[in-house]
Design a protein around this ligand. Structure first.
Ligand code: ZN
Ligand code: FE
Length: 251
């Protein structure tokens, strides 16, 4: 399978996996026009759409794509209340697409019904884990998002994180403000700055790298915990996570 990213809306990425025959799966089409353009350019035949959650910047293009490709299969969690959905998915489901297994993982936090799709090495995690950062908690609790991160962290180190927004630069700036001496974070900050200066995407990112630069995956790191110590008394990893999420809200 080949991975392609399509830039959409303000800072969204719509991910496409395609096989040798040009059959393709589209993830979170927030708008249709750039997808239709890419389909024409690559001569893809869309077979399915995967949706992670109900927000408009992830589902906004579904209607138009369905009109153009009436046979297309559309998968998403029950929270997506649109008539175009052909199959509701839930945690533990397995989909067969392009001859590959896609497993559905519940990853609540950003929204309550948010799911991610994993087909090694690709993880489509919507607005859960961002490169060097974490989605906002619109519906869920910090504890739910923390558990979602723990699940993602159990995937293989080579997993490619295909999240839905280009937020890496501000995320790594936040990480650097917390851990200004950290080698991994400093190196990644420079890489990201250079890529963004050229308007290049910073994604997909590799889980092994996220383990080094994403403070939301480093809640058990003693250096980070010491940093948090002045603000909270007990430092269970879940509490450190909640502290980080609240801090980032006002960064
Ligand atoms: Zn969202
Ligand atoms: Fe989003």
């Amino acid at each position: 399978m080949k991975l392609t990213s399509i830039s959409a809306l303000q800072d969204n990425y719509i991910w496409v996996l395609s096989d040798q025959e040009g059959k393709c799966v589209i993830v979170d089409p927030g708008e249709a026009d750039p997808v239709l353009k890419a389909i024409a350019q690559h001569q893809w035949q869309p077979v399915a759409i995967l949706l992670t959650h109900h927000h408009a910047d992830h589902v906004g293009g579904v209607r138009q794509l369905k009109e153009r490709y009436p046979e297309i299969a559309i998968y998403g969690p029950a929270e997506i209340n649109i008539p175009d959905l052909t199959q509701i998915v839930k945690d533990g489901d397995n989909l067969q697409l392009l001859g590959h297994d896609f497993s559905v993982m519940a990853t609540p936090g950003h929204t309550l019904g948010h799911v991610s799709y994993f087909s090694f090495p690709y993880l489509f995690c919507g607005d859960t884990l961002f490169s060097a950062g974490c989605g906002r908690l619109f519906e869920g609790t910090p504890e739910q998002m923390y558990q979602s991160f723990q699940r993602i962290n159990q995937l293989p180190a080579e997993t490619l994180i295909c999240c839905a927004h280009e937020y890496t630069e501000s995320n790594i700036a936040f990480a650097l403000s917390l851990l200004p001496e950290d080698d991994h974070i400093n190196r990644f900050y420079k890489e990201v700055k250079a890529l963004r200066a050229e308007k290049q995407p910073t994604l997909p990112s590799v889980l092994a790298t996220e383990r080094q630069v994403n403070v939301f995956l480093r809640t058990e790191d003693p250096v980070l915990q010491r940093k948090v110590k002045k603000d909270i008394l007990f430092q269970q990893p879940g509490e450190v996570f909640a502290w980080l999420r609240a801090k980032k809200d006002t960064f």
